[in-house]
Design a protein around this ligand. Structure first.
Ligand code: SF4
Length: 379
């Protein structure tokens, strides 16, 4: 089996009691069947605590104030770990913040930005991210109805997208716009089942001079500040349709919506500062989303929606970061982006319902149409 990971993946280490947040509050942790059985059999005083602190019907840990896991102590450390040892963790607690995407004989693993330490590793470096593939001697897998041909084309397409996004000789806005147009052109071929015709699109976007020609055509969507503001408002309003996981999220959205009109703040935010190069952060955000989600289109044939999901996620993190930065006295932009990325990820990426709905909205709502998104990216 092939295992594919970003180059920083193996360096991740949970910062435990030094973590500025915790991953054991704010969402319900589902316990897998095998672990539930182990908890059920656990004896002694801690066995009683397990019996009383698990919702056995739902198979989740009970939660107390602020949706904190019943086993989280006042130092944000886990009592299961201290009382019973790490081998008693359920699958979710063992693997978080690792995120798994499974394909036939391929497993892709990434780190989720909802963990502050992971977010720092994903968004902090100056150099472009690389991906490493290793062969592991795991049991061969065979998925019923897995379209391996489409999957391999999606992998090729993702490589082209990553090359476009990491070409720093062009502004990131232009790179994002080109990646979006690329997936748009691919989608029609995927719907028609013309996977071979996807090659024509690959060629069109990779041949010499392709980027220069594309960049020239973008002027149509530039210098449209009023349209861009309407786009931002429309995008933020769509998020009110999503399931709310934390009470602070709608407040952040409302403040961000108010700030759309604040031109002075926008200008200050875009000015370069020593601790944060927004061009590089934007590149890392896009690649994070693309690596994690794009090839999932093998299961629903919605490659362009996965691209839109990535563009929307990137724009939302940056827009909400601007608000957090203003609230925190305009200090470090990097810290504001890290906080925004964490909050976005916890609210959107950790809810299957929200991921699904956002993808659906990206197909249905005019604000997420190609021209509207291009205006949002380029202004
Ligand atoms: S959020 Fe990340 S760094 Fe913090 S406790 Fe959880 S895994 Fe560790």
């Amino acid at each position: 089996m092939e295992i594919r990971v970003p180059h920083y993946y193996r360096k991740f280490k949970c910062t435990a009691d030094r973590c500025p947040d915790t991953c054991c509050a704010g969402w319900q942790i589902v316990i897998d069947e095998d672990t539930l059985e182990k908890y059920h059999k656990f004896e002694g005083p801690f066995g009683n605590r397990l019996a009383n602190s698990i919702d056995w019907r739902e198979g989740v840990f009970k939660q107390y104030e602020d949706k904190r896991c019943a086993f989280l102590d006042e130092n944000n450390l886990c009592d299961i770990y201290s009382e019973a040892g790490p081998e008693m963790f359920c699958r979710t607690c063992k693997t978080y913040p690792r995120h798994f995407e499974e394909f036939e004989n391929v497993r892709e693993i990434s780190l989720a930005m909802s963990c502050p330490e992971a977010a720092r590793m994903i968004l902090g470096p100056k150099e472009p991210v690389k991906f490493i593939t290793v062969e592991k001697n795991y049991k061969e897998e065979s998925y019923e109805d897995f379209d391996f041909f489409l999957y391999s084309k999606l992998v090729d397409a993702r490589e082209i997208i990553i090359d476009i996004l990491q070409d720093r000789s062009y502004p990131i806005k232009m790179r994002m716009a080109m990646a979006l147009a690329f997936s748009h052109d691919l989608q029609a071929r995927i719907y028609r089942g013309h996977t071979v015709a996807m090659e024509e699109v690959f060629e069109r976007y990779t041949k010499p001079g392709a980027k220069e020609r594309f960049a020239k055509r973008l002027s149509l969507y530039e210098d449209l500040p009023k349209v861009a503001k309407d786009f931002k408002k429309g995008m933020l309003e769509q998020f009110s349709k999503l399931e709310v996981l934390r009470a602070s999220w709608p407040e952040l959205l409302a403040k961000t919506l108010e700030n759309v009109e604040d031109e002075k703040l926008e200008k200050q935010w875009r000015e370069k500062e020593l601790d944060a190069d927004l061009e590089i952060i934007t590149e890392h955000l896009m690649i994070y989303f693309i690596f994690t989600y794009f090839c999932g289109a093998v299961y629903d044939e919605e490659a362009h929606s996965k691209m839109k999901f990535s563009v929307i996620g990137t724009l939302m993190v940056l827009e909400t970061a601007k608000t957090l930065w203003a609230e925190n006295g305009k200090g470090s932009k990097m810290e504001a982006v890290l906080e925004a990325a964490k909050r976005y990820s916890r609210e959107v990426e950790h809810s299957d319902e929200n991921i699904e709905l956002l993808e659906k909205l990206s197909r249905r709502e005019g604000v997420f149409g190609l021209k509207s998104l291009l205006t949002g990216i380029l202004n």
